[in-house]
Design a protein around this ligand. Structure first.
Ligand code: AMP
Ligand code: ZN
Length: 483
C-alpha cells in the first residue's frame, strides 16, 4: 500500500501561529535541533525537549516524509571550560587543556547518546561536535565582519545588533529597549539586557584556545549552531527547534548570524517545546527534585513509561512531572498493550448478534482519521491518544459480543503499528530491537573514541544482557547478531 503523505502544521514562534510545514524539497524535511551541552548528565527536563523533537521527527516519518536531521553536540562552552579545567596547573599547555575538555565532553556525549537509545529516540543523521567546525565558525565571523555586522574589541569579536534591522524578530523584542554599543561576553543572558553579543572570545588564562585571525580564542555558543546548521543542512532549512529558553538569546542570535551572512531567511519554522517542572517546581539540586534518567531507572521506573508520560502531554504546555503521572502512564500503556495482544490472538466465538454492533473497519478508519487530524494540528497528542483509547473501548466491547475476524484484527494491528512508530511504547515483541541496538552501538563507539573505557564496557554489558553479540569487523565497523 502506498503511504499517503500528510501535511502537518506546527506552531511557528516567528509569526506566533500554527502554520502548515511546506518542505523546501517536497517530501523531505530538514530539521536542526540544538543538542546538549555535554558537561554533565542530561536531566529529565532536557530529555523532555529531546523527546518532543523525537515525536516531531517520527510524526513526519510516519506521515510519509523523509527527514534530514542534524543535532549538534555543544562540546566547547563556558560551563564545559569551568568544569573541565579545574584540576590543571596554571601553566598547563594548551594541548593538556584541550585534552581535559575532550575527556569531559567525550564521557558525557556517550552517556547522553546512551540515554537517548534507552528512550528510543532515533539517532540524528548528522551529529556534529562543535569543536570539529572551528574553521567554519571563523569563516562565518569573517563574513559578518566584511558586512559590517561584527567588530573586534581586545581580541574578541562582537555582533553589532543595530546593523540588522530585523534583530529581535523571533523573541519579539522592542527595538527601543536595545542598548546600542553595550556588549556582553557571557553565552547566556536575560532579555532585559539586549546588547551586542560575542561571536569569538579571546582566550583568558587557564582556558583552551584555537588560533584565529583575531588571536588565540574560542567560539561563542551561538555561532556554533549557525555554522554547523549552514554547513550540514544548507542555506535554508524547514525546521529549527529547541526548548523555549533558547528563543532568546540563542535562537535570536542564530538568526542574526546566519541571516546577516546569507542576506535571506534561513529557517522557515521555529518550533519550541515548553519546560518540564518537577512536582510543580523548577528542578534544582538543593530542592532534591533534580532527576537524571539514571536516577529514575535506579528507582525502577520504566524508561518507556517516562517517554509516554512526556509525549502524551502537549509539547507547548508546561508539564509537571510526578510519580503519580508516571503511574498513570504505565496504566495507559498496559491498556494499549493488552489490546494489541488481544488483537494478535484469535477472537472467541462471542454471544451472537448484538444490537449495538458496529462495523470494525469503518470504526478503525474513523479512529485513524481522528488520530492524524490531531497530530497534524500542532502535534496534539492528548487528542490523538484519545482517538486510540476510544477505538480500544469500542472494539473491546464489540469483540466481547461478536469476535472481530482475522482480517479486521490485522487491520487494527496495522494501525497500532503505525502509531507505535511514533510513540514507540506498544511494540510487537522484539520489533524495534534493531534501532535500539544500533543506537547503543553508536553510544559505545562514542565512548571508545573518547577513551571512556568503563562507559564503553557498561554499554557492551547492556547489549550482552539483551542477548546481543557484537562482532568487531576488519573495516572498523561493528556488526551484531542475536546470540
Ligand atoms: P542544554 O544541554 O542546557 O543546552 O539543554 C538542552 C535542551 O534542553 C535545550 O533545548 C533546552 O531548551 C532544554 N531544556 C533545559 N531545561 C529544560 C526543562 N526544564 N524542560 C524542558 N527543556 C529544557
Ligand atoms: Zn543551537
Amino acid at each position: 500500500m502506498k503511504l499517503k503523505r500528510r501535511t502537518l502544521s506546527l506552531f511557528n514562534t516567528l509569526p506566533r501561529r500554527v502554520e502548515p510545514v511546506v518542505p523546501l524539497v517536497e517530501g523531505q524535511v530538514s530539521l536542526y535541533t540544538c543538542g546538549p551541552t555535554v558537561y554533565n548528565y542530561a536531566h529529565i527536563g532536557n530529555l523532555r525537549t529531546f523527546l518532543f523533537q523525537d515525536l516531531l521527527k517520527r510524526t513526519f516519518l510516519a506521515a510519509g516524509h523523509q527527514v534530514r536531521h542534524c543535532m549538534n553536540i555543544t562540546d566547547v562552552e563556558d560551563k564545559i571550560i569551568r568544569d573541565s579545567q579545574g584540576g590543571l596547573p596554571a601553566d598547563a599547555s594548551n594541548e593538556a587543556r584541550h585534552e581535559a575538555m575532550t575527556a569531559l565532553t567525550g564521557r558525557f556525549t556517550a552517556i547522553f547518546l546512551e540515554d537517548l537509545a534507552t528512550l528510543r529516540v532515533l539517532p540524528a543523521d548528522f551529529l556534529p561536535r562543535a569543536t570539529a567546525y572551528i574553521p567554519q565558525m571563523i569563516r562565518l565571523i569573517q563574513a559578518l565582519e566584511a558586512k559590517g555586522l561584527a567588530y573586534v574589541r581586545e581580541g574578541s569579536v562582537y555582533y553589532r545588533i543595530s546593523g540588522l534591522p530585523h534583530y529581535g524578530c523571533l523573541a519579539h523584542l522592542d527595538r527601543e529597549g536595545m542598548q546600542a554599543g553595550a556588549s556582553v561576553d557571557a553565552d547566556e543572558y536575560e532579555r532585559d539586557s539586549v546588547t551586542d553579543f560575542v561571536l569569538w572570545k579571546s582566550a583568558k588564562p587557564g582556558e583552551p584556545w584555537w588560533d584565529s585571525p583575531w588571536g588565540q580564542g574560542r567560539p561563542g555558543w551561538h555561532i556554533e549552531c549557525s555554522a554547523m546548521g549552514m554547513e550540514l543542512l544548507g542555506e535554508r532549512m524547514d525546521i529549527h527547534s529547541g526548548g523555549v529558553d533558547l528563543i532568546f538569546p540563542h535562537h535570536e542570535n542564530e538568526i542574526a548570524q546566519s541571516e546577516g551572512c546569507l542576506g535571506h531567511q534561513w529557517v522557515n519554522h521555529w518550533v519550541h517545546g515548553e519546560f518540564l517542572l518537577v512536582e510543580g517546581q523548577k528542578m534544582s539540586k538543593s530542592l532534591g527534585n533534580f532527576f537524571t534518567l539514571r536516577d529514575l531507572t535506579a528507582k525502577g521506573v520504566d524508561p518507556i513509561a517516562l517517554r509516554y508520560a512526556i509525549q502524551s502531554n502537549h509539547y507547548r504546555k508546561v508539564l509537571n512531572f510526578s510519580f503519580e503521572g508516571l503511574r498513570a502512564a504505565e496504566n495507559a500503556l498496559k491498556r494499549i498493550r493488552a489490546f494489541r495482544k488481544r488483537m494478535e490472538g484469535e477472537g472467541q466465538a462471542g454471544s451472537g448478534p448484538w444490537k449495538e454492533a458496529i462495523d470494525p473497519l469503518a470504526r478503525l478508519d474513523q479512529a485513524r482519521e481522528a488520530f492524524w487530524a490531531a497530530m497534524a494540528d500542532d502535534l496534539n497528542t492528548p487528542e490523538a491518544l484519545a482517538a486510540i483509547f476510544t477505538l480500544i473501548s469500542d472494539l473491546n466491547a464489540q469483540d466481547d459480543h461478536c469476535a472481530l475476524t482475522r482480517e479486521e484484527r490485522d487491520a487494527v494491528l496495522g494501525f497500532l503499528e503505525e502509531t507505535n512508530g511514533i510513540f514507540m511504547a506498544w511494540p510487537r515483541e522484539e520489533a524495534d530491537l534493531d534501532s535500539e541496538v544500533e543506537a547503543l552501538i553508536e553510544a559505545r563507539r562514542a565512548a571508545k573514541a573518547a577513551k571512556q573505557w568503563a562507559e564503553a564496557d557498561r554499554v557492551r554489558d547492556q547489549l550482552k544482557a539483551m542477548g546481543i553479540v557484537l562482532e568487531d569487523r576488519k573495516d572498523g565497523t561493528v556488526g551484531w547478531r542475536k546470540g
